[in-house]
Design a protein around this ligand. Structure first.
Ligand SMILES: [Zn+2]
Length: 53
């Protein structure tokens, strides 16, 4: 998942592999892995199937 505000991964990549398609709604809010801002809901993230390094 990509955090729109910083265009960087919102959660750790290791976690992403397991839960990329199904983030439970109860997971919000959580802290962005990259910029440490709080992400309140899905509108602040973008699902990305490709991980570009
Ligand atoms: Zn961020």
């Amino acid at each position: 998942m990509i955090h729109k505000a910083c265009s960087s991964p919102a959660i750790e990549t290791d976690t992403l592999t397991a839960e990329t398609c199904a983030l439970p709604v109860e997971a919000f809010p959580f802290t962005c892995f990259t910029c440490l801002e709080e992400i309140m809901d899905e509108s602040e993230i973008r699902y990305s199937e490709e991980i570009r390094m």
